[in-house]
Design a protein around this ligand. Structure first.
Ligand SMILES: C[S@@+](CC[C@H](N)C(=O)[O-])C[C@H]1O[C@@H](n2cnc3c(N)ncnc32)[C@H](O)[C@@H]1O
Length: 259
């Protein structure tokens, strides 16, 4: 594991640890992705898309959420996967995992479902077996990784042949000025670490995925979503530079799931 990668992750961990501790959306306190707090168990929604909405989750499926945060998408996916399915959320930030565990207790009390599990780990080194998942989802996380090609290789490994990935994320429509690329607040705000869209889609294909298709594509408005004044100012100036996209990608394989 490269040292400079760990430095980036440590900065991201710190930012999201603070967010989780305060259990606030970035509108009210810190630099992070996504303006909307979710209403149910995943009280804290730091998303930039709706991967579950674009996924055809069937009963019995195993769904893996990369960078699950407080669990928003996990808790939407779990009733769709049903008692015979499983939803596994992976996150590296202890405070987020603590918040997710708290939310899980409420979710279980409300639904009676026991099909959710949160695992501590890196999305660049997923704590899952080869082929464990039918579906990989992720919401506004891969842009935060210092090694995005490795994340997609890991997602590919985690999927069974014939499985699919639906990922919502921020991509750049044009290069950022070098000074902004180094801005830590803007990195944690999911913009400075984002790849150019062609590089992002290229990394997915290079990992072995086929049928790569855009399911959603909207301009990302970073301005006003984050609190620290530099990030906010930069965000406003950047409007139009970044987009929130949702991508579908398939792991080739003969074994199609019986629905
Ligand atoms: C912007 S939040 C998104 C959370 C969640 N997906 C949502 O939509 O609410 C990013 C999350 O990804 C986690 N994260 C960022 N980089 C990661 C990495 N390299 N490995 C594991 N988790 C990571 C952070 O701890 C944080 O919880």
């Amino acid at each position: 594991m490269k040292v400079h990668h760990e430095k980036t992750r440590s900065m991201v961990r710190k930012a999201y640890g603070t967010v989780a501790r305060k259990a606030v959306s970035c509108c009210s306190g810190s630099s992070c992705c996504g303006p909307k707090p979710a209403k149910s168990e995943g009280e804290l929604g730091l998303s930039c898309g709706n991967p579950v909405g674009f996924s055809k989750i069937k009963k019995g499926m195993t769904v893996l959420d990369l960078g699950s945060g407080a669990g928003k998408d996990v808790f939407i996916a779990a009733p769709l996967a049903g008692p015979k399915g499983r939803v596994i959320g992976v996150d590296m930030t202890p405070e987020m995992l603590k918040l997710a565990a708290k939310n899980l207790a409420k979710f279980t009390a409300r639904t009676g479902l026991k099909n959710v599990e949160f695992r501590k780990g890196l999305i660049e080194k997923l704590p899952v077996k080869d082929g464990e998942a039918d579906l990989v989802i992720s919401n506004c996380v891969v842009n935060l990784s210092p090694d995005k090609p490795e994340v997609f290789r890991e997602a590919f490994r985690a999927l069974r042949p014939g499985g699919s990935m639906v990922v919502s994320d921020i991509v750049l429509n044009k290069e950022l000025p070098p000074a902004l690329k180094k801005h830590a607040g803007l990195y944690a705000a999911c913009v400075a670490g984002a790849l150019l869209r062609q590089d992002y889609l290229g990394a997915i294909k290079a990992a072995g995925f086929k049928g790569v298709k855009l399911l959603g594509d909207t301009l990302y408005r970073a301005g006003g979503t984050c609190s620290d004044p530099i990030t906010d100012k930069a965000g406003k100036a950047l409007d139009g530079t970044a987009s929130s996209i949702t991508v579908l990608a398939l792991k080739p394989g003969a074994k199609q799931r019986k629905n």
